[in-house]
Structures are given as structure tokens and as C-alpha cells.
Design a binder for this molecule. Structure first.
Ligand code: MN3
Length: 204
């Protein structure tokens, strides 16, 4: 079975003014689409065609660089579209809110540490909030299209439940070199209900 892109769960202009429609159009329609197409080409005729994208990522050390880059690209962008929402933002409540307070001290302290991870990633990559095996939360960052599921020393962290794309293609049209403004804007469009669902699933 070839991998396909799930439809965007909102219109391309729905995240404005935080992420502009043209960026969404190119990011989803060209960048993510290319990762999917290149991934399908890279695994054509191999056993990986029968695996989930999570299974491929968890065993990525067995695969080619093309599978690592494009498989990571597909997994990462699928998660990214899911955890964004118009009218998102606010402060997470319930078990997720408690876990954030426990791990980081407060929502504001979480926001600061996550922003540091996003700003500290030199060049292209991602910032992540991950669930560890004991159910606790940790922030990390990966280069290129790597992600915390990947079985690579220095990359593997936990199960990602929130991710921020800090490749220039994610923000350059609107923010140019001002990554800090893009990172600050991100917190207004986080779909915390979806992140809480992922948190609950990751703890099982
Ligand atoms: Mn991207």
C-alpha cells in the first residue's frame, strides 16, 4: 500500500494570520506531497510497503537515507497538520496540563523551553514535546526530517505528541528571517485537544 496524505483538517487560510494561506498551500501541497511521493518510490517493492509509517520510523536504522528523509518528512508533517487548529492555543488542562506543570513547572516555563528548542535548532529541523516510557514529558529537537521515534543515537527520545516545523519553508514567505515571531505565533494555533488525545494514546 502506497502512503497518501490525509486531507488537511481545515482550509489553507484557516490559520491566518499566524500561518498564511500561500505557505500552507505550498507546504502541504508541494513539500509534504513530495516527501510522500519520494517515500513511496524509495520503498516500492520492499516489505516496508506493508508497514505503518510509525513502524518504519522506529526501525529507521535499517533503511536508506531516502527512507529516513522522506519517511520522516511524511510522519512529521502528518503530525504537524493534526496538532494545529484555527482558534487553537490557550493553556492545556486535564492530565496533559498537569503533566506539563510537573515536567516544566508551569505552562509559561514549558513555552519558554519549547521556544528555546525551536530557536536553538541550527538550520532545518523540528522541536518536539515527547512522552517518555514512564509517562513524563520531555522537549527535544531534531535536525532535517528526523523525529524522536527514530532508533538513532541522539535522535530517539520518546513518542512525539506536539511538533513544530522550523524549516524555512514553513515560515519564510510571511516571516522571512524572523523565526522567533513564527515560533511565538505557533502557540496561538496549537490544538491542545488533539495533543491531549495523543498524550493519552502514548501512555497506554
Ligand atoms: Mn515542512
Amino acid at each position: 500500500m502506497a502512503f497518501t496524505q490525509a486531507p488537511l483538517p481545515y482550509a489553507e487560510n484557516a490559520l491566518e494570520p499566524y500561518i498564511d494561506a500561500q505557505t500552507m498551500n505550498i507546504h502541504y501541497g508541494k513539500h509534504h506531497a513530495a516527501y510522500v511521493s519520494n517515500l513511496n518510490n524509495a520503498i516500492a517493492g520492499t516489505e516496508a510497503e506493508n508497514l505503518s509509517i510509525e513502524e518504519i520510523c522506529r526501525n529507521i536504522s535499517k533503511y536508506s537515507v531516502a527512507v529516513r528523509n522522506n519517511g520522516g518528512g511524511h510522519y512529521n508533517h502528518t503530525l504537524f497538520w493534526e496538532i494545529l487548529a484555527p482558534n487553537g492555543g490557550g493553556v492545556p488542562s486535564g492530565e496533559l496540563g498537569e503533566a506539563i506543570n510537573k515536567a516544566f513547572g508551569s505552562y509559561d516555563a514549558f513555552k519558554e523551553e519549547f521556544s528555546k528548542a525551536a530557536m536553538g535548532r541550527f538550520g532545518s529541523g523540528w522541536a518536539w514535546l515527547c512522552v517518555m516510557e514512564d509517562g513524563s514529558l520531555k522537549i527535544c529537537s531534531t535536525a532535517n526530517q528526523d523525529n524522536p521515534l527514530m532508533d538513532i543515537e541522539g535522535v530517539r527520545c520518546g513518542t512525539p505528541i506536539l511538533g513544530l516545523d522550523v524549516w524555512e519553508h514553513a515560515y519564510y514567505l510571511k516571516y522571512q528571517n524572523r523565526r522567533a515571531e513564527y515560533v511565538a505565533a505557533f502557540f496561538n494555533i496549537i490544538n491542545w485537544e488533539k495533543v491531549a488525545e495523543k498524550f493519552a494514546a502514548a501512555k497506554q
